[in-house]
Ligand binder design. Structure first.
Ligand code: 4AD
Ligand code: MG
Length: 437
């Protein structure tokens, strides 16, 4: 069978407004259907949108009505007909059907318009992607990915890909995924940062954007085992420089989604108000100031503790802007963080907390550029020095202050879409007890 038809332009639903009154062909799946007297309404989705296809006939047993009656939810169809503008139709246009072709009659589709439990939907994630809200989330995810690339490319950053199989840890040894690498041990990358530091010394300003892995044993609404991270790294840059970069990146992403993906935000019933309010400069607090504020609000956290979900919720009650927290105690941050020259007990790291209780979306900071200090830290953190020899080389040959950060894509998607759980922010989530489908 070929799908090339004569005299009929095959179009996608998102293009329909360009074909007013023309005869077109749409290929898709049955989203829903209903009938009323002499009319049959077929809601067809093709991946770019949903359109109403209307079959009209005074004859009760018109052949198209028979075809229509056999169609089940998610059956594959080809619809041919004229594009009509109709303010009553969802989306403002409909197809007046002349011809309907059945490609496949779907079996009983497991996801019906009624409510389903989350475990059931996760088990059927490969089908759940077709549902309106899931589809809208992933459209926004795609838009955010494009915005991120446009942002960095526009600033002259070079995209340099980091490896996924690595011989060493970046973000601590407790969340490493170990695998065999012939006769050696290897780990799935937790972060491309160390490689971006090498790349920054070769290309000046760089970024990588790829999947990263953490064997997180905690089951929370903001942790995935496999997630995507964009990681810029800049030579001759300080903590302050990359905070400014992070602010601009977030504003660029928001602006893009708010202009190009309003329809999707609406499908998700996401009020754009709180996103529209976000402006530079973001709130700046040191770790110490933050702990004091949270303690005043009743938090039991002590100086030296990491922020947990309750602290992130409290913070968002104080501010409706992102909060940049800096100057963390060295012992709660990674080995590579540059100490503050005024107080070497704290490091020049930054976490950016999203508003509305979404917590940390960015982690980064200034890196140690002094060879002997870095050697000392590797020893203090009990890291195997051989695996970091190449990284130490960067401090032997033209070492400069440099800084960068990682923005978690799914955390950002979850915040912008206001999702209850991060699992819906990625097409096929990898969770503590889930690797299927
Ligand atoms: O704060 P993290 O661990 O920082 C780094 O990995 C640095 N090496 C990045 C850099 O400076 N180049 O992770 C960065 C971000 C977090 O702020 C969060 O948004 C996201 O990655 N993230 C996760 N997202 C989902 N699930 C998880 N388990 C995540 N762990 C971190
Ligand atoms: Mg972090």
């Amino acid at each position: 069978m070929t799908y090339n038809s004569i005299n009929m332009k095959r179009i996608y639903i998102e293009e329909v407004s360009q074909y007013k009154n023309e005869k077109v062909e749409i290929r898709g799946w049955v989203y829903n259907k209903r009938s009323s007297g002499k009319v049959r309404f077929l809601l067809v989705r093709d991946g770019t949108g949903i359109i109403q296809a209307t079959i009209f006939s005074p004859e009760k047993d018109h052949p198209l009505f028979q075809l229509f009656d056999n169609l089940t939810q998610e059956s594959a169809v080809i619809v041919r007909g004229q594009v009509k503008e109709d303010p009553r139709a969802p989306g403002g246009y409909e197809i007046a059907v002349n011809d309907l072709e059945t490609v496949h009659i779907a079996q009983n589709y497991p996801i019906t318009p009624k409510e389903h439990s989350v475990p059931f939907l996760m088990e059927h994630r490969h089908l759940w992607l077709r549902s309106r809200k899931q589809h809208a989330i992933l459209q926004i995810r795609w838009e955010i990915i494009r915005a991120i690339r446009d942002f960095f490319d526009g600033l002259g950053f070079r995209l340099i890909d980091a490896p996924i199989l690595t011989p060493s840890a970046c973000e601590g040894t407790t969340t490493l995924f170990e695998t065999e690498y012939f006769d050696q041990k290897a780990y799935l990358s937790q972060s491309g940062q160390l490689y971006m530091e090498a790349a920054a010394m070769a290309f000046g300003k760089v970024y990588c954007f790829g999947p990263t892995f953490r064997a997180e044993k905690s089951k929370t609404r903001r942790h995935l085992i496999e997630f995507w991270m964009v990681e810029p790294e800049v030579a001759f840059a300080t903590l302050e420089d990359i905070i400014l970069l992070a602010e601009d990146l977030i504003l660029f992403i928001l602006e893009r989604v708010l202009t190009k993906r309003r329809a999707e935000l609406e499908i998700l019933e996401r009020d754009p108000g709180p996103l529209e309010k976000i402006a530079k400069p973001f709130i700046r607090l040191t770790y110490e100031q933050t702990v004091k504020k949270l303690q005043q609000m009743g938090s039991k956290m002590l100086y030296g503790d990491d922020f947990g979900a309750p602290e992130e919720t409290l913070l968002s009650q104080l501010y409706d802007q992102p909060v940049c927290i800096t100057h963390f105690p060295a012992q709660i941050k990674a080995f590579y963080m540059q100490p503050d020259e005024n107080n070497p007990e704290v490091v020049l790291g930054v976490d950016v907390m999203a508003p509305e209780g979404y917590g940390e979306i960015i982690g980064g900071g200034q890196r140690i550029h002094d060879l002997s200090l870095l050697e000392k830290r590797i020893e203090e953190f009990n890291l195997p020095r051989e695996a970091y020899e190449w990284y130490l080389d960067l401090r032997r040959y033209g070492s400069v202050p440099h800084a960068g950060f990682g923005l978690g894509l799914e955390r950002t998607v979850a915040w912008i879409c206001k999702l209850k759980h991060i699992r819906e922010a990625i097409p096929f989530p990898r969770l503590l007890y889930r690797i299927y489908p």
